[in-house]
Design a protein around this ligand. Structure first.
Ligand SMILES: C[S@@+](CC[C@H](N)C(=O)[O-])C[C@H]1O[C@@H](n2cnc3c(N)ncnc32)[C@H](O)[C@@H]1O
Length: 336
């Protein structure tokens, strides 16, 4: 995994490519994470830097913003920001603690995570994320790391494919699709997004239940989550973020589907109400109950106007919480 390495080729690619990302909750998210104008902040998902730029505009001269992205094109796009308070780090956000420690940072005032894929990733057919555009079946956010969707589909067992589609795609035809994929790949491996999308449509047909949704939507989501280890990344980052925040610091997470949102919601709820994790049959005195780690837990949805202007924001949920003074224990953070 290249760390903070900027490759000139990726930079020129990003400069010449027309794809743009419209930040969801563009003003609300930076405002939500802000606790002090001279603080240290992390934007764990730089994307095209919409949130980072707004955050920088709200901060004073003494502040710092460290942004992460595992996508080389996002990292290249960050070169356009010339601000001594800002640094881009090319690494997955699950490396947050170690990357910041290398820079002498062990505590921060706010962490913003806007998880999932960016519009440039989806809209660029050559990245292989979209079932609407034909391209190589890749789907890696960091194109230089891990295996592509095509390699995974060629090598995963039928049981694994079924599990991934069922769990990460909540696809009720998981078994049927997995079986069909494994039968077909023996003679003709999957290499292109359009081929896979058409194959799934032919395999399961259009459902009345999911009217308006392409039959391959859930399969593509599931494979993308698997290829990029997205849920493990999220769980790891949440715990690291909790350990990095100073008391009164804020964690703000925007997620785009229920699997992610469930993890975030549970992480905040368990930290805000640790007493709920104790067996109700154990009688504890009030003063012996564990103290909350999170307070002021909030859930914010984009406005109706934003959803109309930017359809991508419709599924977004932003959750935030303030760290209390209680110490973070390495062993806790029940985002299982
Ligand atoms: C929704 S976009 C962020 C958009 C950004 N907030 C903006 O305003 O432009 C998500 C970004 O997070 C990156 N990303 C997703 N998972 C990541 C991970 N585990 N580590 C680092 N970056 C990740 C993606 O590559 C993508 O660029």
């Amino acid at each position: 995994m290249p760390q903070t390495v900027l490759q000139a080729s990726a930079q020129s690619a990003a400069q010449s490519q027309p794809f743009v990302h419209r930040s969801v909750l563009a003003r609300e998210a930076p405002q939500e994470v802000l606790t002090r104008t001279d603080g240290i902040y992390v934007d764990a998902t730089f994307g095209r830097g919409g949130h980072t730029r707004t955050l920088l505009s709200l901060l004073g001269q003494g502040a710092r913003v460290f942004a992460f992205d595992r996508d080389e094109e996002a990292v290249a796009a960050a070169q356009a920001i010339s601000d001594s308070r800002f640094e881009i780090i090319h690494a997955p956000f699950s490396h947050m603690v170690s990357e910041l420690a290398q820079r002498g940072v062990t505590a921060v005032d706010g962490i913003l995570m806007d998880i999932g894929v960016s519009s440039p990733q989806i809209d660029d057919a050559s990245r292989g994320f979209s079932f609407r555009l034909d391209g190589p079946l890749d789907m890696r956010m960091d194109a230089a790391s891990g295996i592509s969707a095509a390699q995974w589909l060629a090598s995963a067992s039928e049981g694994d494919i079924e599990r991934v589609l069922r769990v990460y795609g909540e696809e009720r035809h998981a078994r049927q699709i997995a079986r069909a994929i494994c039968a077909r790949r023996t003679t003709q491996p999957f290499a292109r997004t359009a081929d896979l999308a058409d194959f799934i449509a032919r395999t399961i047909g259009r459902s009345h239940k999911d009217a308006g949704q392409h039959p391959a939507t859930r399969t593509f989501q599931a494979i993308r989550i698997e290829i990029n280890g997205e849920l493990d990344e999220l769980k790891s980052a949440l715990k690291q973020a909790a350990g990095l925040l100073r008391p009164a610091g804020k964690l703000v997470v925007i997620s785009f589907h229920s699997l992610e949102d469930r993890i975030v919601k549970r992480f905040f709820e368990e930290g805000a109400h640790p007493e709920r994790l104790i067996d109700a049959r154990i009688a504890l005195r009030t003063q012996d109950l564990p103290e909350p780690f999170w307070q002021d837990v909030r859930r914010i949805k984009p406005t109706k106007e934003e959803c109309e202007e930017n359809p991508r924001s419709r599924s977004a949920v932003m959750r935030s919480a303030v760290r209390t003074a209680r110490k973070w224990m390495q062993a806790e953070g029940g985002a299982k």
